[in-house]
Design a protein around this ligand. Structure first.
Ligand code: GSH
Length: 215
């Protein structure tokens, strides 16, 4: 039986992108199911599918796995991922720490600049708190790129890169990339150039605009 990934709108759903990108870069075969998060009954649809009533969720042979961190762990444990957690235990611990940090942090940047893959990159005014999130991103991600020498955050591509991909979209689309180091700017370009990312962005551009999330 094939894997099924339930996702939201490609234009806006950053958490969906994380799981979708992980499956895609690893070339796992999966079926996509879409739920329009702008529809009136989207929550009912989600409640019928998953206890957390959010996207993404992964269905594998009748088992429902929800929340991106659990999905990443499930895939890493049960599938042979070319781009998963690092082999080295210390790097693996680092990767997990930075993913957990993404999962629970950067809230000002995330709420002020919703992911919108179709936004024309133009400068956008942000608060001091969101500015501090960017400084932290630079310190953490720029630091990883300088320490490990790239091309991805811990050297080879992995779950950590899929986890930060939506933030790279934000930095680019809200004209914020000029505020980060050349290493991080090159990394943003590298993530956006991934064929899977380009496919997601193109699909997102074709979707309906949801004015609530347009800035
Ligand atoms: N912690 C969850 C967050 C998932 C999440 O916030 N998904 C958003 C879409 S990007 C969602 O389902 N929003 C609809 C809602 O919460 O009602 C994860 O890691 O998967």
């Amino acid at each position: 039986m094939s894997l099924e990934l339930v996702i939201g709108n490609k234009r806006y759903s950053s958490w969906s992108l994380r799981a979708w990108l992980l499956l895609s870069v690893n070339q796992l075969s999966f079926v996509e199911r879409h739920i329009d998060l702008a529809s009136a009954n989207y929550k009912e649809q989600l409640r019928a599918l998953s206890p957390n009533a959010q996207v993404p969720l992964l269905i594998d042979a009748g088992l429902t796995v929800f929340d991106t961190l659990a999905i990443a762990e499930y895939l890493a444990e049960n599938y042979d991922l070319a781009y998963g957690w690092p082999q080295d235990p210390q790097r693996r611990a680092q990767a997990r720490s930075y993913c957990a940090m993404m999962h629970s942090g950067y809230s000002a940047l995330r709420s002020e600049c919703p992911m919108n893959v179709a936004r024309t990159p133009t400068p956008y005014p942000i608060s001091d708190k969101a500015q501090a999130d960017i400084a932290l991103l630079e310190q953490c991600l720029g630091g990883l790129l300088r320490t490990h020498g790239g091309p991805f955050l811990l050297g080879a591509m992995g779950i950590i890169d899929t986890y930060y991909a939506p933030v790279m979209v934000r930095l680019d689309r809200y004209g914020l990339a000029s505020q980060v180091s050349s290493e991080l700017r090159a990394y943003i370009a590298r993530i956006l150039a991934l064929p899977a990312m380009q496919a997601w962005v193109e699909a997102g551009r074709q979707e309906a605009v949801w004015s609530k999330l347009e800035r």
